[in-house]
Each structure stands twice: as structure tokens, then as C-alpha cells.
Design a protein around this ligand. Sequence first.
Ligand SMILES: Nc1ncnc2c1ncn2[C@@H]1O[C@H](COP(=O)(O)OP(=O)(O)OP(=O)(O)O)[C@@H](O)[C@H]1O
Length: 252
Amino acid sequence: MSHHIVEVRNLRHVYPDGTVALRDVSFRITHGESVAIIGANGAGKSTLLLHLNGFLTPTAGEIRIGDYPLTKATLPEIRRTVGMVFQDPDDQLFMPTVYDDVAFGPLNLGLSGTDVEQRVKDALEKVGAGHLQEKPPYNLSGGEKKRVAIATVLSMSPDILVMDEPTDGLDPHARRQLMALLREFSHTRIFTSHDLDMVLELCSRVIILHEGEVRGDGPPLEIFRNDELLARCRLEKPLSMQGCPVCGGKVS
Ligand SMILES: Nc1ncnc2c1ncn2[C@@H]1O[C@H](COP(=O)(O)OP(=O)(O)OP(=O)(O)O)[C@@H](O)[C@H]1O
């Protein structure tokens, strides 16, 4: 299953205005891992994710998905393998109806009409958005848009799921539903999040980015117990690991 491996080698990204968003980032994620990339605002998380299926090109360094380096030639295949949910759902939704948006990917894979219908139905059901299929995406609420954006990626059945702030804008019920869905997804999951309780619950590994560099990489409990590391990277513990103001209790 080596095609599920994500490897980032010495990645550097400088935006055209001279901002150095990633300095020298390296890591390897293997099949089935559930990895959160966390960091303070501006740490470089979105910039990093946007490299994983070629929306941004490295200034230096290399991305490898499975056995292939990400290049112009391998990009179409890599985009079938790596499904990306953007931070802003408006970047993902552009068709006249929710149905059309979710069907867009499967249609491009050349699937038959009934297969496309089934994929759309399944994906919308998984995110609890079946009732929205006839609506124009621009009329949806922020959380509804987010759910539909996730469905547009699920309908492609990617081997590697990459999500930038997946719970951002979701109400508590939708957040729970998404967490259950991510738990069920047996392939590789990589996401950024400021929702550290979700990270603690769902991830087998946490990578801390700070000022465009990897400053921590390990199991969530190990990372979240390292007060000095968290302080240096302007991060806090998940709420469930902070003292309870009523009983003083703590998960440790
Ligand atoms: N298009 C751009 N042009 C110039 N600088 C950019 C651009 N996009 C992002 N940056 C800068 O690159 C750095 C990293 O930004 P990025 O969006 O990757 O951070 P982030 O960790 O995802 O932050 P957040 O948690 O706020 O979403 C920041 O300093 C940001 O201002």
C-alpha cells in the first residue's frame, strides 16, 4: 500500500511578496496514520497542505506521494489519490447546485450515471447534507457549505484525505458527526486544526509547525504534556487536559 505514503522532503515555500512561509519541512506519513498538523496562526499549516496535491509548488524541496514525486506529469494521478478539503468552502463549491458540486469529481473520473448518483447520495449522507442537494451552494450557511465541501472530496473515494480546519464553522452535532466519519476512514488522514480536543481524540500523531518549521512530532499525549514545547510554539493544551475550574480535575 505504498501509494498511501506521503513524504515531504526539505520543503521550502516563499510567496511572491517574499514571505517565507515554510523553511525546511520534512516528514513521512505512512498508510493509515491519522495525523494532525497544528500550530499558531501563520505557522504555515495551510501553505504546507496546499503542496500535498500541487496547489502550490515548492520553492525548494520535494513532495512524494507513494512511489512518485509530485510533478506536472504525476499531478492528475496524485489528485485522484489525495482528496483536499480547503479551509474556505467557497474555494471548493462552484456549481449551480449541491448535487452538481458533489457529482463533479465522480463525473470526471468517468463513472456511469448510476455510480455517480450513488456516490453523491453516499457522500451527502455521510456529512448529513442529503436534504441540501437541490440547493445552490451560495445560499447555504457556513457550516452547511463546509459539510458539502467535505462531501465533494468523499465522493471521489480518495486514498489520502487532507483537510484544512475540518471542524471550523461546524455546530457541535456536525462536529461529532465529522469526527465519527474521520474515525471510520481507514486510509491516511492528515488535517490541520485548532480544535485540539478533536486532535487528542482522533490522531495517532501530531506535528507542530512553528514559523515554517517542524518543532514537534509525536503521539498526541506526549506532545500535549510538553508544556515548554507548547509555550514556545504559542499553543495550549486541549481543554480536556486543562484543570477543571469547578473540581480542579485534569486528564493526564
Ligand atoms: N498568498 C500569500 N502571499 C503572501 N503571504 C502569504 C500568502 N498566504 C499566506 N501567507 C503568509 O504565509 C504565512 C503562513 O500562512 P498560512 O496560511 O500557511 O498559516 P496557517 O498556519 O495556516 O495559519 P492559520 O492558523 O491562521 O490558518 C503567514 O505569514 C501568512 O501571512
